[in-house]
Design a binder for this molecule. Structure first.
Ligand code: 3PG
Ligand code: MG
Length: 407
């Protein structure tokens, strides 16, 4: 059994000098065909370095994009970025489980690292099937005999029932990597940890259904939900404000979400009114400058709102300063543009100043931390997961974690 968690075995349980197959999540933004460095490389490098230092022979699996999309590429460039994060050689082979891959795996010496090709180039990988079916694929059956252990570090891909995620744990002794372990512990904390003081959740981003699902699951734990983003504007619409509309039908941000979810949003407001705080002012782009409008003074929406207003940001920061735990799911505005980063950054700064337990995640929200000079160390946890983070917050099991628990 694990020494650090009763849930699944970890690297603490792995004997030294093994042949180890490791699933990472190196899925990255692709620009001009090249993967862009992001915090996933740094995070996974810690797991890989620990394994190399323990004298394991290491083969790495990861995916990039999906077939048919522009971001579906080889992992050759990923090997280079990982090598520089590790400051060690990472060999790459353009094969997943054929003879070329197997020869390269068998040639590994203790401490050597090999990255195999994009798992999604293999037909066995993607169709979502039960773990037993994935374990039965040629992909898993061909690679498994060459390994003593399987390590899943890809928490951010753990919501996918893919061969490289759920197949191997059924046929090879399986362990959670360090990223898997820390993400799992932090992201399930809100549902499982006891807090004496105020628990606050900042919910933004683009999807109203994510916000509703999070509120449904965590409504008993969270005292205050502070809303922003497109989801926040839809809640304002449900509250009677003349916002939360597409300015033209092409925009496609609000009206279709409203049509399919307005009843849910309205009943959520009815049931949890005292837990929900909505923006009282909103910011927009006025010829390249930030301008603001008080929500109560808006007669008709004529501009796109790109952030919560300054008064809202300060009110939210006050709630954060009075909290014992703060969870962030999604951004309050378009923080990538400096003038519209006020809401997101003001809240993050308040978290840094406050002695509270804090977890930040959801989409690219964590990117605001490095963009605006905040330190990752000032938060208890900064998640590198998107979909998996939302699932954890909404209390849904992750297929990859469940498979590790069975191993
Ligand atoms: C991610 O980047 O969020 C994960 O790697 C999952 O990727 P997917 O959404 O393409 O399955
Ligand atoms: Mg076990």
């Amino acid at each position: 059994m694990s020494t650090s968690t009763a849930t699944f075995d970890t690297l603490d349980d792995l004997d030294a000098g093994q042949r180890v197959l490791v699933r990472l999540d190196l899925n990255s933004p692709i620009e001009d065909g090249e993967p862009q460095d992001n915090r996933r490389f740094e995070r996974h490098a810690r797991t890989v370095r620990e394994l190399a230092d323990a004298g394991h022979r290491i083969a790495l699996l990861a995916h990039q994009g999906r077939p048919g999309r522009d971001d579906f590429t080889s992992l050759a460039g990923h090997a280079e970025i990982l090598a520089s994060s590790l400051d060690r050689d990472v060999a790459f082979v353009g094969d997943i489980y054929g003879e070329t891959a197997v020869d390269a795996i068998e040639a590994l010496d203790a401490g050597e690292i090999l990255l195999l090709e994009n798992t999604r180039m293999c037909d066995d990988e993607l169709p979502e099937e039960v773990p037993e079916a994935k374990a039965d694929t040629a992909f898993v059956q061909s690679l498994a005999p060459h390994f003593d252990a399987y390590v899943n570090d890809a928490y951010s891909a753990a919501h996918r029932s893919h061969a490289s995620v759920v197949g191997f744990p059924l046929v090879v002794p399986a362990y959670a990597g360090r990223v898997m372990e820390t993400e799992y512990e932090a992201n399930t904390a809100i549902a499982e940890k006891e807090f004496d003081g105020r628990v606050t959740m900042v919910v933004g981003g683009t999807k109203a259904t994510d916000v509703i699902d999070v509120m449904n699951n965590l409504g008993g734990t969270v005292d205050d939900f502070l809303l922003g983003g497109i989801a926040g504007e839809l809640f304002l619409r449900a509250d009677g404000a003349p916002v939360g509309f597409d300015l033209d039908p092409e925009q496609g941000l609000y009206d279709s979400q409203w049509a399919s979810n307005h009843e849910l949003v309205e009943s959520m407001l009815d049931e949890r009114r005292e837990q929900i705080t909505l923006a009282t002012d909103l910011a927009y782009d006025d010829g390249g400058r930030r301008a603001e409008e008080v929500v109560a003074d808006i007669d008709e929406k004529t501009v796109s709102y790109l952030d919560v207003g300054t008064s809202t940001a300060e009110a939210y920061a006050d709630v954060v300063r009075d909290s014992e735990a703060v969870f962030v799911k999604g951004a309050l505005g378009v923080f990538e543009e400096e003038p519209f980063s006020v809401g997101t950054v003001t809240v993050l700064e308040a978290i840094v100043e406050t002695d509270c337990f804090s977890v930040v995640g959801g989409g690219d929200t964590s990117r605001a931390i490095e963009m605006y000079g905040l330190g990752e160390a000032d938060f208890d946890h900064v998640s590198i997961a998107g979909g998996a983070y939302i699932r954890a917050l909404t209390g849904q099991p992750l297929a990859g974690v469940e498979a590790l628990k069975r191993s």
